[in-house]
Design a protein around this ligand. Structure first.
Ligand code: 5GP
Length: 186
């Protein structure tokens, strides 16, 4: 059975909120903490939300082959460290990766046994409203994210599981079912 579950989809679709609710329902699930070169948002903590690092440090990890996958997204770099994945999976519980679409494609190639779930917005307008409304990013970041969203939405057909995040409770329920069925976690 799969031990890695990739949760992907456009920025602003609610992946973070869904994953929080999923982990309340299934506390044994581990969450991989990604590396990034973007600056911490207010309230984000080093090592908990991300391993925040300089572009030079990130590049060193790329050169050393430390990443399972990595991607450039909206002007910053993001990646999953192999060491992180190994630590999180040591308990034997499934590990969640919350990553964007380019990273999910890399994982599909290198870890074909991983479960891949695409989170889709109910509409493009809903996604725009959420990205603008959450107020966590400066306007140019919101624009960069909306530009990426178009290509990301087009990619959803590549994914075996698509969950539309319209009503949160329904989306979480669907996710719980997918994770239970594919990882044999009860
Ligand atoms: P944010 O800056 O909003 O935290 O994240 C921006 C995008 O990068 C989101 O779609 C998020 O899922 C994605 N992301 C976060 N960590 C990783 C990672 O390790 N690898 C990849 N490829 N994408 C990531």
């Amino acid at each position: 059975m799969a031990r890695t579950v990739v949760i992907t989809g456009p920025s602003g679709v609610g992946k973070g909120t869904l994953i929080r609710s999923l982990r309340e329902r299934m506390p044994e699930l581990q969450l991989s903490v990604s590396a990034t070169t973007r600056r911490p948002r207010t309230g984000e903590t080093q090592g908990e939300d991300y391993h925040f690092m300089s572009p030079a440090e990130f590049e060193q990890h790329v050169a050393a082959g430390d990443f399972v996958e990595h991607a450039d997204y909206a002007g910053a770099r993001y990646g999953t460290l192999r060491s992180e994945l190994e630590t999180r999976s040591a308990s034997g519980a499934p590990v969640l990766l919350e990553i964007e679409v380019q990273g999910a494609r890399q994982v599909r190639r290198t870890m074909p046994e991983a479960v891949q779930v695409f989170i889709a917005p109910p509409s493009v307008e809903a996604l725009r409203a959420r990205l603008v409304g959450r107020g966590t990013d400066p306007p140019e970041q919101v624009e960069a994210r909306l530009r990426s969203a178009e290509a990301e939405l087009a990619a959803q057909q590549e994914f075996p599981h698509v969950v539309v995040n319209d009503r949160l409770e329904d989306a979480v329920e669907e996710l719980v079912q997918i994770v239970r069925e594919t990882t044999s976690t009860r």
